[in-house]
Write a protein that binds this ligand. Structure first.
Ligand code: CA
Length: 218
């Protein structure tokens, strides 16, 4: 899962980052509420782990703005505030779950699995163009009816392009779909992925629009 962690406590943040990265999640860590709002506006996350007491913008305000902007990411509030009022406020604002510090990492992982399951239950149908079919729920990709195997990043890139088939994406937009801010991204990383995808899907599968970016034709 691509997860955004918003937590200003370095000790708790490091602990969560280590555990979730070890469990193969793609984790981005931000320590400030204002930066969290900016990150959520520019990238898609599967889940957001949100502390309430944050510098600059409070966690409840981050959540309020996110739901107001109709972002549908799963949000798990992680906070030391165990007051009933805060808990109710968080859930009223659209949090999916709530964890009170200190908590065991195994419990956090169980909650993440639960929100992922709920998300799959309401998951979007398979994406289809005249040549390609991609199922975000199962990871299946077909070219003219023939199954192909993609790496996780190739899949993420193709999914982003197919969600808006016919629309041109530039390099920055595609990087934000495939990588997190913490990743060390080579300047030609997207070209390398596109090259690999074309090898597997055929040259026509992804079009390069010179000077603008790339698109998957409808
Ligand atoms: Ca805090």
């Amino acid at each position: 899962m691509k997860i955004l962690l918003v937590e200003d406590d370095p000790l708790i943040g490091h602990g969560i980052r280590t555990a979730l990265t070890d469990a193969n999640h793609n984790l981005e860590w931000i320590k400030d509420g204002a930066q969290a709002i900016a990150a959520i506006q520019s990238a898609d996350y599967d889940a957001i782990l949100l502390d309430l007491g944050l510098p600059n913008v409070d966690g409840t305000e981050v959540l309020r703005q996110l739901r107001q902007a109709r972002h549908s990411e799963s949000v798990i509030i992680i906070t030391a505030r165990d007051g009933l009022d805060d808990r109710i406020k968080g859930l009223d604002l659209g949090a999916d779950d709530y964890l009170v510090k200190p908590f065991a990492i195994s419990e956090l992982q169980a909650r993440l699995r639960a929100v992922a399951r709920r998300k799959t239950d309401t998951a979007s149908p398979a994406l289809q163009t005249s040549a390609l079919k991609l199922d975000p729920n199962t990871g299946m990709v077909e070219v003219h009816g023939e199954a192909v195997q993609l790496s996780a990043r190739e899949f993420a890139l193709l999914e982003a392009l197919m969600r808006r088939a016919g629309q041109v994406f530039n390099r920055e937009q595609l990087e934000s779909k495939v990588y997190s801010i913490d990743d060390d991204i080579a300047s030609n990383a997207i070209e390398v992925l596109i090259h690999a995808l074309r090898k597997k899907l055929g040259k026509e599968a992804i079009k390069n629009i010179r000077g603008l970016g790339w698109m998957v034709p409808n």
